[in-house]
Ligand binder design. Sequence first.
Ligand SMILES: *Cc1c(COP(=O)(O)O)cnc(C)c1O
Length: 467
Amino acid sequence: MMHQHDASMEVLTQAVLRYSVERMRLDPPPLDAGRPASDLAAMAGRTVTPNGIGGLEALRVFGDVLAPACISVDHPRFLSFVPAAPTEASMLFDLVVGASSIYAGSWLEGAGAVFAENEALRYICDLAGLPPSSGGVFVSGGTGGNLSALIAARWRWRTRAEGRFDRVRGLIIGSSNAHSSIVAAGRAMDADVVEAPADERGRMTRAALETTIDALSAEDRERLFVVVATSGTTNAGVIDDLAGVADVCERHGLWMHVDGAYGGAGLAAPSVRHLYDGIERADSFIVDPHKWLFAPFDCCALVYRDPFEARRAHTQHAEYLDVLHADDHADEDWNPSDFAHHLSRRARGLPFWFSLATYGTDAYRDAVEVTLQVAHAGAELVRAAPHLELIMEPELSVVVFRRLGWDAGQYRAWSDRLLRDGTAFVTPTGWAGETVLRYCVVNPRTTVADIQLLVDSLADAPTGGSV
Ligand SMILES: *Cc1c(COP(=O)(O)O)cnc(C)c1O
């Protein structure tokens, strides 16, 4: 019954496709805003019932109640955190992937899909200047990508120690501006994370890294197995001294991991490419196409200089798996599940691959450049505004600035009002202990006029204590 296609399923098919295409083409979509669960319960009613409410009714509840309670991340004035701006081709192909029941954990079941995903990973590896033998897998996000890379790094450290460190807690060095997922990975792995202090712009320098390593006890230095550099911090979009980090890692025999979840996309833009010099020496690197490479959630490219080393760290063994891998092709077969902490997986790299194939890599270069130009032109507006102050020159597409004379409550009230009005979503952030403002542009539809609107709206202090 549930698996039969009948007349009512045909009606539902058309309704779902119509909804998807209409949503995709809204330009702009409504910004929308969250609601308390009690409101949603009252508005949506019970949806999961013994007899079902029917697909058309469920779709109506989604369209009328649930979707409007989700902020549209692809709205051109969604400028908080890291927004998203999937291309039409990538979104369309997400529907195809959903309809295709591909198991993309192994070559045996998903060869064609894995082949295409690997084409997209090759583009990433080439941007970073990694060797032809590099490669990896698409995982759900930067958090999982970082964790899997660090597990591979620890595996190499323990293997090289030939058993001496098998029960020794590892130690990770990251910058004090590294993403919270690095500390989370340390917790998951039961490893220590030591912070190298960032400079006044928020970068990890060679000197700070050297000083941090020198300050470790001899015992801790033995436990150190990886340095995590960030190519585009989430808060300010600044890139660590990658060449300096690479030199230090080489000298100490350490794994170099580069977290480019947000900023790795800038590799595609010739105007900022030099800021990444040294990335080609990384042992592993991640970038989230769902952030600044115009793919839908959830999509993180995790690549390794030596993927076979990572495979030894991650391969799961089981009787029903090993018999399949014991054949002649086992070494050529690219099993994506072997390169991260996962097994079953959606072919989540395919929407990104399809978009790359559709538009070509030049279009990616141009789209990233456009967002950089808008972010930097917006920074000029901030600099010119008497009520605003730029905190630093932007490197990538994040701009951090202050509204002179405002306290945390005023920033919050301003931000809340913009969201309530459906104008924009821009949340305050912290910088050196101070509440300030930040915007992040990854959407080629965001214009300088959108930033002008923010600048103008900051002229008058918010009234009414809606904090
Ligand atoms: C966003 C981000 C992450 C986490 O990525 P998710 O895809 O949200 O898990 C990690 N590192 C940096 C630098 C990021 O900007």
